[in-house]
Design a binder for this molecule. Structure first.
Ligand SMILES: Nc1ncnc2c1ncn2[C@@H]1O[C@H](COP(=O)(O)OP(=O)(O)OP(=O)(O)O)[C@@H](O)[C@H]1O
Ligand SMILES: [Mg+2]
Length: 1107
């Protein structure tokens, strides 16, 4: 989901005022109070226009998270509450989008949070700029340069446990897209005196403690060091351990950082060797030696340490020893060597240690620069970050403070110049009349310090170079003369009598009225520190070292490049580098972060007003506000202004259709803001006094409350109404559902009641009907029963009457019969006795026979000859009669049956009868033939033209014409032949051609043989010696064997009057040519279905398999 853009403003939810420019009334008190109020609410950042004032919270606040980075990313500077990220974002975006080089100037006193601020800026820029492997490496190298420089350049002081003891300016370079390319670091004024001496409660540079705590035993051995801090004179012991600082772990971090930045292992080793050598130098001690030629001499007490240093650095021990004992001064061609007394020897030792370390530090910066420098030659955009000491006002201020404060004067000047320039440019851009602004220009103080002729630095240099005795006092005298009239210079001894009685100003001091306050400088040490002398013998000894890094650190020790000119003084060097820095900064768009320390205790939540007030003063913050407010205190683009205040005027609320400027004009007129209070620029409205702005803000707040109430009111109304409507709709829905439900229920109830009532009524009706029907039925049944009983009674009565009557009649008849009998017997007694028995018998018999025949007549069976039925015999004595009658009847009906036949039918039956006589119960084939009528001429020879030739050849009447299978005598195979039987002959003809193949006169046929089985095989035996018998007997198979045999028998009988012999046997002999072959019928398998097969087995046997 797209994040909703909410236009906010710095002015929203402001604690105190977020921008001091809006402070009303503007005074030191109100300023401090505002800072305190905000600090108490954990608001550590406050703006002065575009300057960020940061108060060190001394505790970690949750305001640097990645979410915060995102919050401030691409937002306008005044849109959110003041934050260092807002400034970083503004700087980065104008660098990237408007191609303006930027510098971020971070100032403040020690412990105010400058270094932390610079790291926050760098990490913010790293977080929002481009990404990618290469870019990330550059970022990482830039970020990791910090721990390395901090280890060598930071130390614990009473003010800050991680105090930067050098000034640092870092240019971060970007390409046109805003991706980092690399960077360049410049360092200023390392506090090298710390190497040899630290104030009470402070430490030497971190790296010394880190090596001793974190290096492995092996590494310590190589560096010829011992882990014990107390072994080293240069390490102050009272605060060797710092709370919350783990030196050993930091050592690992530093080595890791060095690796990331790109230090080679041997380089790291060399660096550590130099550090070890510095540490060990402090342990060299001197003792006075006998005076020779009235000069003091010194001698090294214990040469062991010297030996080890020489081993570490590869310096010839004697060379170094000599360098600590003599000082050679070269003037023109002359070389003059003087011995060093003990104090001078110590001075020389410390000078060497300081020089070694400070040169090592500068070398480190150069080496880091080599690693992080941009690899491309493309045009770069630059963001410079300056982390340098702010003003220092101590009780004892020396050369260092003087230099630092000078640097801050320059920075203030740049600030004034650039701020005013920007202000002026904006006025021109916006077409606003420029009114002269009263402000303090500190150019005059810069001039006091840096003027080439009369400046304090020039004076100091002059003193240092002057031959003759030069002391700090002579330098002060000189100042008293030259600067006496300068209004910012104060000295007791100056010509000007103003301070003659000022006891707060000691004689050995001078005071400068810096823009941020007066600072009193102790003149002691100025000359020495400015000279920064290292005896040539020592630098030459160093150059001779067999250690490439040390050799490189002391190029002036090379005798070939001997330079008689004095090296530039510390003051002039610093002036030159400050001048370069200023030139550099002037080309860039400045962004200021002013860091303030809230207390001296490094503690959270404590806001020491006096301390803060002091810093506010010397940082010139009120000056800042005044310069910023010189013209108009507040300005804002018309669109934003209209957007913010449009609700204050009816015409502009809720929408203004015209141009924004016109809208703002209408708005301001309507609000009756005095005309002198504002001016219209081209794109911005300029408001002179913060009062006006706050009035607008108050009105807005009030109006917002009203609007909120209105919105609330409308919203509540809307909400209630919506709720009400919803309830109403819901109520209707619920009611309708409920009604429906209730009606459904009611309907269901009524329906079920109706059904119950209905069923009761129907039941009742049905029962009533049933009752009626039952009653009716019972009535009917009763009537029927009564009727039946009645009829029964009637019938029984009638039956009884009839029976009685019959009995009476019978009785009458019996009596009558008896009477008649008696009468007849009485009458015929005389006749009856002789014949009566026979006559009764005959009569009875006659009657029985009569009855028998009459019954027979009625029970006669059908006339079919095959009907076997015959009535049962009624009396045993009629048995034979009954049988005889049956026989007669059968004969009669057979005759009756026969009488119906024609002659032809008679013939057929004769044949059938013949067949029955011949084959019945002999041949199994016979029963099947009974039902078949004998047709004889199966082939219609006379009608079929195919047999015309055959018909022509046969003149006689054909009795049989049928196709038979003739069995081949040789192999038993079958061949079809037409078998013809005529009155005299048996003919065999070819089935296809009708050609007659054999003709056998019936007289030559002697016998026909066949099996008793169900086959159609038969053999026709011929008379031996007859004409037809040449080939032997015939063996045939026919479907009509019974018919053929019968007809052959009958024809032979009628022609030859001889009975043809028919042999029925399962084994008979036939004559084939000469052989007598036995034809044997066997029970065969049913392989060929029901067809019998015939096979000639050998000469004597022909087998017929019958299924
Ligand atoms: N924004 C911050 N949030 C939390 N702690 C901070 C912040 N700024 C500074 N500090 C704390 O204050 C200490 C001192 O800060 P820092 O080293 O930045 O001071 P400095 O101004 O650089 O001092 P010096 O001039 O001595 O180098 C830090 O070590 C840290 O503990
Ligand atoms: Mg610092």
């Amino acid at each position: 989901m797209a994040k909703m853009e909410v236009k906010t403003s710095l002015l929203d939810n402001m604690i105190g005022v977020g921008d001091m420019v809006l402070l009303e009334p503007l005074s030191e008190d109100s300023f401090i109070n505002n800072l305190k109020k905000r600090f108490d609410h954990s608001e550590i950042y406050t703006y002065i226009g575009s300057v960020v004032v940061s108060i060190n919270p001394y505790r970690s606040l949750p305001i640097y998270s990645p979410e915060k980075v995102e919050e401030y990313r691409n937002r306008n500077f005044y849109e959110l509450s003041p934050h260092i990220f807002a400034l970083s974002d503004e700087a980065y975006r104008s660098l990237r989008d408007q191609d303006k080089d930027q510098c971020i100037l971070i100032t403040g006193e020690s412990g105010a949070g400058k270094t932390e601020a610079s790291k926050l800026v760098m990490s913010y820029v790293a977080a929002v700029c481009g990404k990618g492997a290469e870019v990330n490496q550059v970022k990482e190298q830039l970020l990791q340069s910090n721990p390395v420089l901090e280890a060598f350049g930071n130390a614990k002081t009473v003010r800050n446990d991680n105090s930067s003891r050098f000034g640092k300016y870092m240019d971060i370079e970007f390409d046109f897209k805003g991706d980092p390319l690399g960077g360049v670091i410049s360092n200023y004024l390392l506090e090298k005196s710390r190497v040899v001496k630290q104030p009470r409660g402070e430490r030497n540079f971190h790296i010394f403690y880190q090596i001793l705590s974190g290096a492995s035993d092996d590494l310590l051995n190589k560096l010829k060091l011992e882990r014990d801090f107390s072994r080293y004179n240069y390490l102050s012991l009272d605060s060797a351990r710092v709370n919350g600082v783990d030196d050993a772990m930091n050592f690992r971090t530093v080595r890791n950082a060095m690796q990331i930045v790109g230090f080679m292992d041997h380089e790291t080793q060399s660096i550590l060797e130099v550090v070890a050598a510095v540490l060990k130098l402090g342990n060299i001690e001197f003792k006075p030696e006998s005076r020779v030629n009235g000069l003091d001499e010194s001698k090294i007490k214990d040469k062991n340490e010297l030996k080890e240093i020489c081993e570490l650095t590869g310096i010839d021990q004697s060379v170094l020893e000599r360098a600590f004992s003599f000082r050679t001064v070269e003037a023109k061609q002359e070389k003059v060597s003087t011995t060093l007394n003990v104090a001078q020897a110590y001075y020389a030792r410390d000078a060497l240690a300081k020089n070694l370390y400070s040169r090592l530090f500068s070398w480190l910066v150069t080496r880091i620069n080599e690693s992080i420098k941009a690899q491309t030659k493309v045009r770069k955009k630059v963001m410079g970050v300056l982390d340098i000491y702010g003003f220092e006002i101590f009780e004892d201020n020396s050369f260092e403070q003087f230099i630092i404060n000078y640097c801050n004067e320059k920075l203030q000047q740049i600030f004034i110049e650039l701020t005013l320039k920007e202000e002026q440019e904006e006025y021109i851009r916006e077409d606003i009349e420029w009114t002269h602004i009263e402000y303090f220009n500190n150019a005059i103080i810069c001039d006091l310090i840096e003027n080439n002729q009369t400046g304090i630095l020039a004076m100091l240099d002059e003193e240092c170079l002057r031959p003759g005795t030069v002391t700090d006092d002579t330098f002060l005298e000189k100042l008293n003369q030259i600067c006496a009239t300068h209004q910012h210079f104060e000295s007791r001894m100056s010509k000007c009598s103003r301070f003659l009685n000022d006891t707060s100003l000691p004689h050995s001091c001078f005071r400068i009225q810096h823009y941020a306050g007066k600072v009193m400088y102790q003149v002691e040490g100025f000359v020495d520190k400015n000279n920064d002398l290292l005896y040539r013998d020592l630098s030459q000894a160093m150059w001779k070292a067999n250690h490439s890094l040390i050799k490189a650190l002391f190029p002036e020790g090379n005798p070939a490049k001997i330079n008689l000119k004095r090296p530039p003084t510390a003051g002039s060097q610093f002036k030159a580098s400050v001048s370069t820095l200023m030139k550099n900064l002037q080309t860039k768009n400045p962004n200021y972060i002013r860091c303030i320390k809230p207390n001296d205790k490094k503690a959270a939540h404590i806001f020491n007003e006096a301390l803060v007030c002091h810093q506010v003063r010397y940082l010139g913050l009120l000056e800042n506000v005044r310069v910023r407010r010189a013209g108009y205190a507040f300005r804002q683009p018309y669109e934003l202004c209209l957007e913010r205040y449009k609700m204050l005027c009816k015409q502009t609320w809720p929408h203004w259709r015209g141009p924004a400027r016109a809208g703002v004009e209408v708005l301001f007129n309507e609000l009756e803001i005095p005309e002198e209070e504002y001016s219209f620029g081209r794109s911005k409205i300029f408001i002179r006094n913060p009062r006006t702005l706050f009035k607008l803000e108050d009105l807005r707040k009030q109006r917002l409350e009203d609007l909120a109430t209105l919105i609330q009111k409308i919203y509540r109304g809307w909400k209630c109404r919506t709720h009400f409507l919803l309830m109403k709709r819901s109520q209707i829905v619920i009611a309708s559902w409920y009604r429906r439900y209730a009606q459904q229920k009611k309907y269901q109830r009524i329906k079920s009641s109706a059904i119950v009532v209905q069923s009761y009524i129907r039941g009742w009706k049905a029962r009533k009907l049933l009752r009626e029907l039952k009653h009716q039925k019972r009535c009917k049944e009763a009537a029927t029963t009564i009727a039946a009983y009645w009829h029964g009674t009637q019938a029984r009565r009638e039956l009884k009457r009839l029976k009685d009557e019959a009995r009476r009649k019978h009785a009458v008849a019996v009596i009558w019969a008896y009477w008649l009998g008696l009468k007849v017997r009485r009458e015929y007694r005389k006749f009856f006795r002789a014949n009566a028995g026979r006559k009764i018998y005959e009569f009875t018999l006659q009657k029985i026979m009569q009855k028998y025949f009459l019954e027979m007549k009625n029970k006669m069976p059908s006339l079919s000859p095959i009907d076997k039925n015959w009535p049962a015999r009624p009396y045993l004595f009629l048995d034979s009669t009954h049988k005889e009658l049956k026989r007669i009847f059968h004969l009669w009906r057979c005759k009756k049956y026969r009488d119906q036949f024609t002659d032809q039918q008679k013939l057929v039956y004769e044949e059938k009868l013949e067949a029955s006589e011949l084959f019945k119960d002999k041949k199994a084939l016979y029963p099947a033939s009974v039902g078949q009528p004998f047709q004889g001429a199966y082939l219609e020879i006379s009608k079929n033209p195919k047999y015309k030739r055959l018909k022509d050849a046969v003149e006689e009447k054909i009795i049989i014409a049928e196709v038979v299978n003739k069995i081949n005598r040789a192999n038993g195979k079958c061949a079809s032949r037409i078998f013809l039987l005529t009155k005299n002959n048996v003919l065999l003809a070819d089935q296809k051609s009708g050609h007659i193949k054999s003709e056998v006169p019936l007289g030559d046929v002697t016998k026909v043989s066949m099996s008793s089985q169900n086959d159609g095989f038969f053999a026709v035996h011929l008379k031996e010696g007859s004409g037809a018998a040449g080939k032997g007997d015939f063996l045939f198979s026919s479907d009509h064997l019974i018919e053929m045999a019968t007809k052959l028998y009958r024809t032979t009988l009628s022609q030859t009057k001889q009975k043809l012999s028919i042999e029925i046997s399962d084994e008979f002999l036939v004559q084939f040519r000469q052989d007598k072959v036995c034809v044997k019928f066997i029970q065969g398998n049913q392989k060929n279905g029901n067809i019998p097969t015939c096979k000639r087995k050998n000469n004597r046997l022909l087998e017929v398999a019958v299924p």
